[in-house]
Design a protein around this ligand. Structure first.
Ligand SMILES: [Zn+2]
Length: 184
């Protein structure tokens, strides 16, 4: 094409001509530098996240990702608060409520066997397998699968399992008196 040929010809002339302008001169384009900086930024975020020795529960679920961060930030306040709580463990799970002294028993209200952490509820609880199958397409999940799945599904799952969770979490109230029949 005529335009491409002209661009090639100009590029050849440019590369074979001595630079004229203020020194020092760097023959790298701004977009190239920006791309390199973005790669460096991502690698530093990953390295810092891995280097943190605390945040055990958060690190089970969360891997730094701009796309997921953007979709989280597009949620309304209540949904964002519910999901952040779930993924960091700072939520009205019985494990957390026991940890902060609001409950004495942290046994899962659904299976009555395991400790009720957010990971247990979202990924493993045997009493919630049918619900997981219907919403996520799998009965048991790995925590990293929760992070990469549609946030809407996670939100729907927790709303279905514990309807008052988002509301109670956003008000900082305990769910100690929330009961469920424990069925699927
Ligand atoms: Zn359970």
């Amino acid at each position: 094409m005529e335009g491409n040929e002209k661009a090639d010809s100009l590029a050849r002339i440019g590369s074979s001509t001595d630079f004229v302008g203020p020194e020092p001169f760097c023959g790298v384009s701004t977009s190239c530098l920006k791309a390199e900086l973005r790669i460096w930024e991502s690698s530093m975020i990953d390295a810092n996240w891995r280097a943190i020795s605390t945040l055990r529960q958060s690190k089970q679920f969360i891997t730094p990702c701009k796309r997921i961060t953007r979709s989280l930030l597009s949620l309304n306040k209540v949904d964002l608060s519910t999901l952040t709580g779930l993924l960091t463990g700072h939520c009205p799970s019985k494990y957390h409520l026991k940890k902060i002294g609001k409950l004495t028993d942290d046994t899962c209200r659904f299976c009555n066997i395991e400790v009720e952490t957010s990971e247990h509820l979202l990924c493993q609880c045997s009493a919630l397998i049918q619900r997981r199958l219907r919403i996520f397409g799998k009965g048991v999940l790995m925590p990293n699968e929760i992070w990469s799945t549609e946030l809407k599904k996670v939100k729907n799952f927790i709303k279905e399992v514990i309807p008052s969770w988002g509301e109670m979490h956003s008000h900082g109230a305990a769910i100690a008196h929330t009961h469920s029949d424990g069925t699927n």
